[in-house]
Design a protein around this ligand. Structure first.
Ligand code: SAM
Length: 248
């Protein structure tokens, strides 16, 4: 039987707890009882957890044996900020696809009011990522970084492959780049993908990426919405990385 999965707020060797909103949902809405079992993610490991105590604001579990489960993929999405309803959808879907980190970026063509409101939205994006991680049975919650202006962004670069998704790239498709990099795949520490805002990247931004040695790639001649481009690219990269994990 598939047990519902929760990511613990607090844990030690033998026990774990959900607190605040998660606990309230479990206690009040799902009417959880002592003795019920769930999958509990504690410190990146999934274990069978039996409910020991239920309070309105805290549910405590005894942690039992570990359960095999998949970790996130070494994938970071530099995601320019766009309309929030679509952004939330992108955060949810990227989480389901196994992304490790999302960096919300203020690009030159990010609408001003969105750039100003982004800071206050991060906690909501983090909540969405947490719920999607639980629902998709991940062992971890992706990191949602604080919003940052593109040129101030700092990513760990050692051993990573940086891919700039560009609708004006005419030479290199994402697929061709992946095929070419097949031999190096196992040595990569991470893959970073950058998705532009609704208005696309500006010329100075493209130059900045070039100076930082990002490789520009295309998804073909159709212009995709930013969220479509993000999900499509993450799906292709996830399949490429999973294949390597499977030892192929
Ligand atoms: N304003 C641009 C235009 O109409 O030409 C479109 C920008 S698009 C909505 C937003 C972002 O999605 C782009 O900056 C790029 O990162 C990504 N994207 C969309 N279509 C793409 C494609 N065919 N190839 C690569 N990236 C694409």
């Amino acid at each position: 039987m598939t047990r519902r999965r929760w990511i613990a707020d607090q844990w030690d060797e033998a026990s774990a707890a959900l607190i605040g909103a998660q606990a309230e949902h479990l206690a009040r809405v799902l009417r959880v009882r002592v003795g019920q079992e769930f999958d509990i993610v504690a410190g990146g490991v999934v274990r069978r957890g039996m409910v020991e105590a239920v309070h309105p604001n805290a549910v405590r579990f005894q942690l039992l044996e570990a359960i095999e489960s998949a970790a996130s993929l070494p994938l970071t999405c530099v995601l320019s900020i766009f309309k929030f309803d679509r952004y939330e959808w992108a955060v949810e879907k990227l989480t389901e696809l196994g992304i490790a980190t999302i960096v919300p970026v203020i690009a030159r063509r990010t609408e001003k009011h969105l750039a100003q409101a982004a800071e206050a939205r991060v906690e909501r994006w983090r909540r969405i990522a947490r719920e999607a991680a639980q629902q998709s049975r991940r062992t971890d919650v992706p990191i949602i970084a604080d919003p940052v202006a593109l040129e101030k962004m700092e990513l760990p670069t050692q051993g990573a492959w940086d891919l700039l998704l560009s609708e004006v790239e005419e030479e290199t498709t994402l697929w061709a780049a992946l095929e070419k990099n097949l031999e190096q795949r196992a040595a990569l520490s991470a893959v970073h993908l950058a998705i532009g805002p609704v208005g696309g990247w500006t010329e100075p931004e493209m130059q900045w990426f070039g100076q930082q040695r990002w490789q520009s790639v295309s998804l073909g001649p159709r212009i995709l919405r930013a969220e479509t481009a993000a999900i499509a690219t993450a799906s292709i990269l996830a399949a490429w990385l999973e294949e390597m994990r499977a030892g192929k």
